[in-house]
Ligand binder design. Structure first.
Ligand SMILES: CC(C)(COP(=O)(O)OP(=O)(O)OC[C@H]1O[C@@H](n2cnc3c(N)ncnc32)[C@H](O)[C@@H]1OP(=O)(O)O)[C@@H](O)C(=O)NCCC(=O)NCCS
Length: 166
């Protein structure tokens, strides 16, 4: 047991960026697209093919896997986990990408810390509570909490909109 491990370095590479994008290193962010003024905190991984809309903030320790698209003016809290492989065949897909499923997050969606987002579609103007597990599509604007995430209350016009600048 004295062999040397292969060590691969995290890197920020081949990222298509709009203007004013900030990424805090160390981060593993590659072959993805970040719109104008996006912010990416430290220890974030954003994988190949992900798109992130303008002014969206991704806080530290979040994981955004392939097949995820995030809209504009979103807030992705700390340690938010996205999932594309649901172990549909009783084990990890192990590279069989035809088994992966996609996630689409609308505009002005705020996701609380430590939430888990299964492959779903979430409409515009949604808040996901801290620690929620979103297992089903969300097509009505509002606040969703719990595991599985359920509607807590609808979004009211007096709720301040998220402009991605928290
Ligand atoms: C979802 C959220 C926005 C709701 O806030 P709110 O409207 O002020 O809700 P309240 O605190 O009045 O709680 C209302 C009910 O929802 C429950 N609740 C609130 N947040 C919850 C959560 N994350 N998970 C489960 N239940 C939650 C409360 O226990 C309460 O239940 P009760 O009526 O049975 O007592 C907020 O609690 C939250 O989770 N925000 C995420 C913050 C975050 O992660 N920020 C990241 C940057 S620091």
């Amino acid at each position: 047991m004295d062999a040397k491990p292969a060590v691969l370095n995290a890197a920020i590479r081949d990222v298509r960026c709009g203007s004013g994008v900030k990424i805090v290193a160390p981060a593993n962010v590659y072959e993805c697209e970040l719109g104008d003024q996006c912010f990416v905190g430290p220890f974030v991984e954003i994988q190949k093919g992900v798109t992130v809309g303008a002014r969206t903030r991704i806080q530290s320790h979040s994981f955004i896997c392939e097949l995820v698209a995030i809209g504009e003016d979103c807030f992705i809290g700390h340690g938010v986990m996205f999932i594309n492989d649901v172990f549909a065949v009783g084990c990890p897909a192990r590279g069989r990408q035809e088994l992966w499923r996609s996630t689409n997050i609308g505009d002005r969606v705020s996701i609380g810390s430590n939430a888990t987002i299964m492959p779903v579609r979430i409409c515009d103007d949604v808040v996901i509570g801290a620690g929620a597990v979103v297992t089903r599509d969300i097509s009505e604007s509002g606040f969703y909490v719990g595991n599985p995430a359920r509607l807590l209350r609808p979004m009211h016009s007096e709720d301040p909109p998220n402009h991605g600048n928290q």
